[in-house]
Design a protein around this ligand. Structure first.
Ligand code: ZN
Length: 138
């Protein structure tokens, strides 16, 4: 990304930002398929080579240090596959967007440092320094 031109970076930022609305309808979890053994010695699942009972689908989400799971009915599995896939794509696009913005920031800050001047538009407001210069339009 460091070899990219500014225009390429701005174009990539636009592309990523435009992709987000289409990905916004997601389920923030991962979908797991489970097969289990009931433990009864006479059950078919106790036989060697039997896959066990299932499949059973659950959504797994880590939230504030806890793992939250939700059972997904079989008729909704395809839908939630799509929704969890969109979540992964959404996160990927956001990470990429962060990289693009970080690179653009790096260039701007290098440019400022190289010019050896202060053009930040900072002004004092109630004791706090506020940077008011606006970013280049996307
Ligand atoms: Zn069984």
């Amino acid at each position: 990304m460091e070899q990219w031109t500014d225009d390429e970076l701005y174009a990539e930022r636009r592309r990523l930002a435009d992709s987000l609305p289409g990905l916004a309808d997601f389920t923030p979890a991962s979908l797991h398929e489970e097969w289990r053994r009931c433990g009864k010695p006479t059950c078919r699942c106790a036989r060697k080579g039997d896959p066990g009972h299932g499949p059973r689908y659950t959504l797994v989400r880590r939230r504030m240090g806890r793992v939250v799971t939700r059972r997904v009915p079989a008729v909704m599995v395809a839908e939630f596959e799509e929704r969890t896939k969109r979540w992964a794509q959404f996160q990927q696009a956001c990470s990429r967007l962060a990289e693009v913005n970080a690179e653009l920031d790096r260039r701007r800050l290098l440019g400022e440092a190289g010019a050896g001047r202060s053009a930040t538009g900072a002004e004092r407001q109630g004791g706090a320094t506020r940077v008011t210069r606006s970013a280049r339009p996307v």
